[in-house]
Structure formats: C-alpha cells, structure tokens
Write a protein that binds this ligand. Structure first.
Ligand code: ADP
Ligand code: MG
Length: 355
C-alpha cells in the first residue's frame, strides 16, 4: 500500500515537472528607451501593456527635474542660483532642488569634502562641462583659487515654506552631476509605485532602481557589473532585489585627454585633481540618490576609506575595480562579494573589504 502511494506521488511529481517544462517561459520584459538629462533613460516592464504608461510617467518626472537641476539649460533653477553667486540675493528654489542640495551636502560632510557639489568650476578648469576644447592641466595656483570657491560653508540654504539658496562668493557653481540622476530615478520610482505599477526597472544613464521582479519567482532583476576594460563585456552579475538601487561610476565613458593622458570626469574635491587609479565603482543602496552619490564618493575615496564610510549607511554595498587592465581585480564589501557571480570567461581576482 505504502509502495503504491509512493508510486502515485512520484508519478504526480513527474507530471508536474513535465507540465512546468512544457509551460512557456514568461515573456522577456519590454524595454522602452528615450534621451533625457544628457543620457539614455529606459524602463523595463514585465507587463508589456503597462510599459507606455510607465515610460510616460518617468519621462515627465525626469523632464521636470531637468528644468530645475540641469547645468546645461540656462533657464534652470541651478543656472539661476549659479548666476546669482556672490550677490546678496537669495534665489527661491523648489523643494526638490533643496532636497538634492541637502542630500549632496550630507555626502560632502561624510566624505570630508571628497564629494563636493561645488566642484563645477574645477570641472570646467579641466575641460569638462563647457570648459576649453583643448584643455591644459590647470596651474597649481589656479587650482588653489578655484578650490577657494568650493567651501560648502559658503552655501546658504534656507528651508521652509519657500526654500532659498545663496552662494556667498562670485564664481561659485553648484554641480549636481553626481546625484541628480539618482534623485530623479527615486522620484519616478515613488510616483510609479504610488500609481500602482510594479515589476519594472528604471534606468537613467546607469542609475537603476527595481520595483518588484522581472518575472514571477525571479526574486528581482538580474544586473551586470561592466568590465571596464572590454566594451560591452560584463565582469560579474547579481540580483537586484525589490526596491533596491544600483549605480556605477566609471573612468571609461567621460574623460578628456591632455598631453596624451586621459583624465576621468570625477575630481577629488579635496585637491581639485581628477581621480586616477580607479576604473569603476558600483554601489547597491536602498535608494538611487544614495547609490548615485556614493558611487562617485567611493570612486574618489577608494576601497579602504570608502568601506569605512559605509559603516553608517545600512543596506549599502560597494564594489571597486582598480584601473589595472592587465588583470581584472575586484574589491567588494562582504555583502556584495556574496551576491556577485562571474560572467563568461573573464575571471576576476576578488578581495573582500570589510567596512
Ligand atoms: P555619471 O554622471 O557618468 O553617471 P557620476 O555619477 O560618477 O557619473 O558623476 C560624475 C559627475 O559628478 C561629473 O560629471 C561631475 O558633474 C560630478 N562630479 C565630479 N567630481 C565630483 C565630486 N568630487 N563631487 C561631486 N560631484 C562630482
Ligand atoms: Mg554618481
């Protein structure tokens, strides 16, 4: 009798397995792309019918933030604040502007000025963001003069019914390039969630945030870590869980060449020098503004000081790839190391860095 029951159970399991094998795989998520904020934005949706609505909401959100935070749009709030630098006149700013500035100032304090939202004039001196077409290395005394305009205590932010910002010295310039895209992703994520959407991934120039999962039972969204030394190749992959954000800062996409040497678009706010020695940093965080800002801050600080900064940031994990093209090396916090799996035939040498 017992034998018969076991046979029935085994047969039933076999039928279920067969049915599962025959069931068509869930369709791949639909991906819709567009250009905004100087980069490519995309949404991926498990529910194809919802994709255009998700795209429209995200698009509107990014556009309205760009009107506030863009350094390229002369009509933006950011340009108005920068233009009024050194005058006694505070500039009224919308709540999102004040929130981005406040968050940026927090990262500035935590990184002891390595991350600095006043990096604008230094970026230009090195030929970025409208600087010289054929830049030369700024002279030491010029950098000292520029760094004098990057003291964050010279930013006067008042919050309340109407937030205002005043930059105390002429020539000071805010630059939200390291945090604005992440903030925009968070705002779109919150609006999409409030509107009842789920099972989607938002991507704004490599700033990602997941809502739900890519397919039933998948547990999240599979995400790759770029191999900085090989175009279109991945160094590893991991699963982004519901609600999580991921951002990457790299030296391979935006750089200038001076005297045959490449300088990446991330400056050390303490010295005004472009960061060298690092190829890429990827951060997992509970929100996209944090992931965005931290990927830049940890790119500057490197693994040891960077990992120490993460002690006060629960839910954040980081991964560093030093600029050693001859050998793909990965340094990662324990939580990231545990989630990362290698891809293809490019094995990396992994070192775990403890915060
Ligand atoms: P990407 O914009 O390519 O995603 P990041 O998020 O790392 O890369 O941001 C780089 C941008 O951050 C630069 O283009 C510049 O606008 C800004 N930036 C550069 N250095 C600093 C710094 N030390 N602190 C804050 N922002 C910075
Ligand atoms: Mg960033």
């Amino acid at each position: 009798m017992r034998c018969h029951r076991r046979f029935v159970r085994t047969a039933a399991t076999a039928v279920l397995l067969l049915l599962a094998a025959c069931r068509p795989a869930p369709p791949a998520p639909v991906r819709l792309e567009w250009l905004t904020m100087g980069t490519v934005a995309a949404v991926q949706c498990a529910d194809a019918a919802a994709a255009p609505h998700v795209r429209d909401l995200a698009q509107r959100t990014f556009q309205s933030l760009d009107n506030d935070l863009s350094a390229w749009n002369p009509a933006s709030t950011l340009c108005a604040v920068n233009a009024a630098a050194g005058t006694p006149r505070p500039v009224a700013v919308p709540p999102d502007f004040a929130a981005v500035l406040q968050a940026a100032l927090g990262f500035c304090a935590d990184s002891e000025g390595a991350f600095n939202p006043l990096i604008g004039p230094v970026m230009q001196a090195w030929g970025f963001n409208g600087g010289a077409l054929h830049p030369v290395c700024p002279a030491a005394e010029d950098l000292v003069a520029l760094l004098a305009r990057t003291h964050w205590h010279d930013i006067h932010l008042t919050t309340g019914a109407q937030a205002t910002v005043r930059l105390a010295l002429p020539g000071m310039q805010l630059d939200f390039g390291a945090i604005a895209k992440g903030y925009a992703v968070d705002l779109a994520w919150e609006r999409l969630k409030a509107a009842g959407h789920t099972n989607l991934l938002i991507d704004l120039g490599g700033n990602l945030r997941a809502l739900g999962e890519a397919a039933p039972g998948r547990g999240g969204w599979r995400t790759g870590v770029r191999n900085p030394f090989q175009a279109h190749a991945l160094a590893g992959k991991f699963l982004m869980r519901d609600g999580e954000a991921v951002a990457t800062s790299g030296n391979y996409e935006r750089f200038v060449e001076i005297d045959g040497l490449r300088y990446a678009h991330i400056m050390d706010g303490r010295t005004g020098q472009p960061v060298t020695g690092m190829a890429g940093v990827t951060v997992i965080a509970p929100d996209a503004a944090t992931a965005d800002a931290l990927s830049t801050a940890l790119f500057i600080l490197g693994p040891q000081r960077g990992a120490a900064l993460l002690r006060t940031r629960p839910g954040c994990e980081a991964l560093w790839i030093p600029d050693t093209p001859e050998r793909l090396t990965v340094l990662a916090t324990p939580g990231f190391a545990a989630r990362l799996t290698p891809v293809g035939d490019t094995p990396y040498r992994l070192t775990v860095v403890t915060p």
